[in-house]
Design a protein around this ligand. Structure first.
Ligand code: NAD
Length: 428
């Protein structure tokens, strides 16, 4: 597509995935409508304020001509509709496709001939054809693959990543038929500098994303298991992983931690697990990885209890500073964050938990780092924010904190041990 043929794009769902994409399309010359069901989000975006912490998004939004609205009728004007709504799981880990179904019902009445609908949300193989397509066809009265096109291009964005963003991360695209594939590939090629790889089908493209995130979940589960084992064997797992990384081929380092959070890694494997179950296949390996990673908040809290025991301090009634609520460093996203499980478990033991996260002040009980540490006997790092990574033993000593649980293995342990503190990492 060249500038003369630049078209109108509607992005449905303006979160961590949809907003950067909408801003990129606008930057590349498309007329862009951003559509969301959250009035609050739309108001913020129209005031040029990012609804989440992201420097790049904040800067681009200021200059963007993109229009944001809750009005789905705008979809009528679009040539390309991109669905970027959440795909969470219910408490029992079953996939929750309500947002995808809702978005499809929202756009379906406005679908017209020649339009391309792209699903970017992460889903298990089969959702585009078995869930999205029937809703779009039924409500529009049009036929997918003949009257309008259907494609899937799973988003790979990594919020907070300074190097890889929506513009340079490569993509895979699958479609119902070859015309839709051609248009969808051309669309992404017009947006990004990374490779755009056509896949053989919608299902293949859907599978690519769940495989990527399951790969990560499994590898993290492996090192988490090593961390729990090595803590009993008296071996520093981080040193070992660094040692293994010196092999120039066939080893990819992953690091243990107090739990896997975010909207993707601890969620997406369940989409595959549950879908395969319906087709009479049990993903034992993936299920075990999920169980191991879900156990890490408990392991972390056990470390804190042990540390306090060593100092003969009862957990019950003791103030514990929980440092970090976001699921990873330098962002404000708390979805599936292990910090909340750690908090609940500590409170279950009777600890008085004070939380502090500079990126999530609205969820923090303390207003400052110092306030969180004041009167605490133990501190548990749940997020490796720079503020916590740069912490010196003297700060803990000043506040008479005696036990430090480094849930992200982000501090130089020797310095803390030397200063007389009990330091326990995750496997180190
Ligand atoms: N967050 C990530 O790092 C990331 C990375 C890659 C892929 N993904 C995938 O991308 C998808 C979106 O994730 P996200 O993190 O951007 O979610 P998000 O919660 O940040 O944003 C989703 C937006 O969709 C809106 N929405 C919900 N239902 C809607 C509907 N029926 N119609 C219109 N808007 C609706 C919400 O109000 C919200 O603003 C998910 O499938 C996720 O797995 C996320």
């Amino acid at each position: 597509m060249n500038n003369k043929t630049k078209k109108t794009v509607a992005v449905i769902g303006l979160g961590y995935v949809g907003l950067p994409l909408a801003l990129l399309a606008s930057k590349k010359g498309y007329k862009v409508y951003g559509i969301d069901i959250s009035e609050e989000k739309i108001n913020l975006i129209n005031k040029k304020e990012s609804p989440f912490v992201d420097d790049k998004v904040s800067k681009t939004l200021k200059k963007s001509t993109m229009e944001a609205s809750t009005d789905f009728t705008l979809c009528r004007e679009a040539d390309i509709l991109v669905i970027c709504v959440p795909t969470p799981v219910y408490d029992n880990h079953m996939p929750n496709l309500e947002p995808v179904e809702g978005a499809c019902r929202g756009i379906a009445p406005f679908i017209k001939r020649g339009q391309l609908v792209i699903l970017e949300s992460t889903v298990n193989p089969g959702v585009s054809e078995d869930v999205v397509l029937p809703i779009l066809e039924k409500e529009s009265g049009l036929k997918a693959g003949e009257d309008f096109y259907l494609a899937h291009c799973p988003e790979r964005i990594n919020p907070g990543d300074k190097k890889w963003d929506v513009e340079n991360i490569s993509r895979v695209v699958g479609s119902l038929e070859k015309n839709g594939l051609r248009i969808a590939v051309a669309f992404y090629k017009s947006l990004i500098t990374g490779e755009v790889k056509p896949m053989g089908s919608l299902k293949e493209a859907e599978a690519v994303k769940v495989v990527e995130n399951s790969f990560r979940d499994i590898n993290i589960a492996f090192v988490n298991e090593l961390a729990m084992s090595f803590s009993k064997l008296g071996i520093d797992v981080v040193s070992v992983i660094k040692g293994s990384s010196s092999k120039p081929f066939a080893f990819m380092p992953h690091y243990p931690g107090c739990g896997v959070g975010g909207h993707c890694i601890p969620v997406d494997p369940y989409y595959l697990i549950e879908y395969a179950k319906v087709k009479d296949f049990d993903h034992d390996f993936l299920s075990l990885a999920r169980r191991i990673n879900n156990h890490m908040p408990k392991f972390t809290v056990d470390q804190a209890v042990r540390g306090l025991n060593e100092k003969k301090i009862p957990v019950k009634g003791t103030k514990v500073a929980l440092l970090g609520l976001a699921y990873k460093a330098e962002i404000d996203d708390c979805r599936e964050s292990p910090a909340f499980k750690i908090k609940k478990l500590l409170e279950g033991y009777g600890a008085k938990v004070e939380t502090f996260d500079p990126f999530v002040p609205e969820e923090s009980s303390a207003r400052s780092f110092d306030e969180a540490l004041k009167g605490s006997k133990a501190a548990v790092i749940a997020t490796g924010h720079k503020l916590f990574r740069e912490m010196k033993p003297s700060l803990l000593l000043k506040h008479k904190v005696e036990v430090l649980i480094d849930g992200r293995n982000c501090l130089p342990k020797e310095d803390f041990i030397k200063s007389g503190l009990i330091y326990k990492g995750i496997g180190r």
